[in-house]
Design a protein around this ligand. Structure first.
Ligand SMILES: [Zn+2]
Ligand SMILES: [Zn+2]
Ligand SMILES: [Zn+2]
Length: 447
């Protein structure tokens, strides 16, 4: 069944502007400003040929040196991971306490299954911090702040994180009080049942709408003279503002989701067309639900299937796994390292919880995020850098470390795939990214 999105047809002209690759000058200006504002002094982003771009070292890095800490543009914790870890919905650090993390996880996991009543009571006490575990104070976490909209779906580490997320996107996506929350819940449920990447696309669209509104309000306050100047410059005034709000996303995308998504192993090549059609249909279903929830008449082109497909395609091709290590692991390692006599005593309290948690006791926060600078790094099968979280990196930022010495002016590369694979396997995986690798290893035909 062919899907036709009416907004695609009606706003074809505007959509083509939103999807036009930025000029090398626009790329340079955007990234220079981003690097300055985020104080990422060690690198530069430069446009390359064919509308590509790359990251270059602006200083020498030693092996193991920190090349970049990159703040995400949009990111999310996977829905399935929300039982395992309670993290801040903005910066993704763990929140609450060791007690809350352990009690909440075991309590939520045990829901529905008949368990030891006494143990369940203990879990509730843990969750509500009425039961204190020995030495837990050595692993302090920031307190739990509720969403200002009262949705009980997302929590924060601080008032400032709550406010930042609210202003950035959550005010449109909060299922707390509000008229559209039923429609929103339907959209969220659909995403959770199909592909939670739709939640990230909704964040990207929401943040663009909110930024557009901010720009518009600022313009309304400008003097008439300046306003006229802007209108002349942009032709259609409002659309110019929408383009500006969209700019950070414009820098990232390349292909539509249903065109770039890798064909799963269990789908036969002869069924490829119908598979891609199904993906497109799924995206359209999700988009219709999102429209019912947060449509903004002034930002209609953002709700086109073309834009939705490009956004998800961009996440598919560029996102980095969001991983934050759990403090629960640190806690149990500490208990395990106590002197034998004391450990025996403490184990009596902690061991039942550790047993109940099982092998999965140290589950980390897992999600996916788009990082504006990291996503500019090109692939190499012999990369000089890698995404790697050090012990101290306990939030949602991406950390890029040099895995070889890098000289000033050299391109910084990472591997998009497992670089230990053989040539043929690497090439097959990289084909999903839409390019043929020309790194020294591939050019020399090395396995
Ligand atoms: Zn936070
Ligand atoms: Zn909320
Ligand atoms: Zn290669």
């Amino acid at each position: 069944m062919e899907v036709v999105c009416p907004i695609d047809t009606q706003f074809a002209h505007q959509i083509s502007f939103l999807l036009e690759p930025p000029s090398p000058l626009q790329v340079q200006e955007y990234f220079d400003e981003l690097i300055t504002s985020k104080q990422c002094d060690g690198i530069q982003v430069k446009p390359t040929n064919n509308y590509g771009k790359g990251v270059y070292a602006d200083m020498d890095f030693e092996e193991g040196g920190l090349v970049l800490k990159d703040q995400m543009l949009v990111g999310m914790q996977h829905s399935s991971n929300k039982i395992d870890c309670l993290v801040c919905g903005c910066c993704f650090c763990f929140i609450g306490s060791t007690e809350i993390q352990i009690g909440r996880k075991l309590f939520l996991q045990g829901l529905g299954s008949p368990k030891d009543v006494c143990f369940n009571e203990k879990l509730e006490s843990l969750m509500h911090e009425k039961l204190e575990l020995p030495y837990s104070k050595k692993f302090p976490l920031p307190g739990v702040i509720n969403c200002p909209g009262g949705c009980k779906e997302v929590y924060y580490c601080s008032k400032s994180c709550a406010q930042t997320d609210w202003d950035f996107c959550h005010s449109l996506l909060c299922t707390g009080e509000g008229s559209s929350n039923k429609a929103l819940s339907k959209f969220i449920q659909h995403a959770n049942e199909t592909n939670d990447i739709f939640l990230l696309a909704a964040k990207a669209i929401s943040c663009t709408i909110l930024k557009y509104r901010k720009l518009k309000a600022a313009c309304d306050n400008e003097t008439d003279k300046e306003k006229n100047h802007l209108s002349d410059l942009l032709g259609d005034h409002s659309f110019g503002l929408l383009l500006k709000a969209w700019n950070p996303l414009l820098m990232g995308y390349k292909r539509r989701w249903w065109d770039c998504v890798a064909l799963p192993d269990d789908v036969d090549v002869s069924d490829e067309d119908s598979f891609r059609m199904q993906i497109r249909l799924l995206a359209f279903e999700s988009l219709e639900l999102l429209k019912a929830a947060i449509l903004d008449e002034e930002c209609l082109p953002l709700f086109s299937l073309e834009i939705y497909g490009h956004l998800i395609g961009m996440f598919e091709l560029n996102n980095l796994d969001l991983v934050v290590a759990s403090p629960v692991e640190d806690y149990f390692l500490y208990i395990n390292d106590l002197p034998e006599a004391e450990k025996k005593e403490i184990d009596e309290i902690t061991q039942p919880f550790l047993d109940a948690l099982g092998e999965d006791y140290s589950a980390c926060c897992q999600g996916t995020a788009f990082f504006p600078l990291q996503s500019c790094m090109n692939h190499s099968c012999c990369p000089n850098a890698k995404a790697f979280k050090r012990d101290e990196d306990r939030d949602g930022q991406a950390t890029i470390i040099a895995c070889k010495p890098i000289k000033k002016g050299e391109e910084v590369t990472i591997s998009y795939i497992d670089e230990d694979l053989e040539l043929e396997e690497r090439q097959a995986l990289l084909a999903d990214y839409g390019f043929i690798c020309k790194c020294p290893r591939c050019v020399n035909g090395e396995v």
